[in-house]
Design a protein around this ligand. Sequence first.
Ligand code: SF4
Length: 351
Amino acid sequence: MTTNTHNPTCLSGLSEPELIKLTEKMNWPSYKGKQLHSWIYKKWASSFDEMSDFSLSDRKILGENFTLSTLKLSKKQESKDKTIKYLWELNDKKLVESVRMFMEDHDSYSACISSQAGCAIGCPFCATGAIGFKRNLKSNEILDQILAIQRDTKERINNIVFMGQGEPLLNYNELIKSIKLIRESINIGARHITVSTSGIVPQIKKLADEKLQITLALSLHAPDQNTREFLVPISRKYKMKELLESLYYYYEKTKRRITIEYVMLEGINDQIEKAKELADLLRNLHCHINLIPYNPTDNNAPLELKRPANNKIYKFKEVLEKTSRKKVTVRQERGTDISAACGQLANQLGP
Ligand code: SF4
């Protein structure tokens, strides 16, 4: 095999059959492909030198021709509550972020990962929206965020949420490829994967037709078209009625309860009448509603957005719960001290 030191191929992101094919192409026995798969996905190897069941000369060939990661760590911040925020540099120097959270109630770890560098949707409360869209991530760059976190912490990730940078459904093919790899190679079941969308109607239907058992989370944020158009600009294109229809369709195809995300902003969507409107809107949908108290970002938001007082948030919850008879939760905040909470991912390189 020829040596290619300039542009080595990254092995993370290749499936077991692909790794077997690759080793066969190198005139190596196919079991070496399986060994590579195990080192990458089960033992979280950081370097080929760790691969003790490969000979020294095999490891040299691997090291000269391949890499094990698409990501370079630019910054790591740890919060008081064990949340870790990672800033990664991609091969083309673009930056993305991932967050690892400890879920006390399940004694397990969740990773919030990015599907795009930046985001085109431009929600005014979101730090990522303020960066603008840079590019779609490849499936191996998506997957590698999980592997890189596991390599760093030596602890297994049990749940994945696509709630980092980007609108996952606008990077549909790479998203689906990465979910397949997460399930088959990292061995995280579909029920432990959540895809969060701002409401891209055709892709919600397409995702429903895949009949994956993943959870769909919709960033609704308002019960009425006008407020939603302000908070989630893509809703100018996909109106409330067709959005709701796509959610009914998702439930019908997958029988998976949908998560409705609702960021709470003072004076914008936190009024009691909005709680009643929301209950009415979601009347026929199998869903759970998650209220997210707004996390201020230090990016230039187009107007001064504020988080409602706690008593207002809990009053809203109470009314919503009573009128909708649905499960309503207030999201437990994690990593706010390191800007790792929802809507705070803004590629900050500084200290
Ligand atoms: S909230 Fe989500 S969809 Fe909206 S700008 Fe931020 S990353 Fe994009």
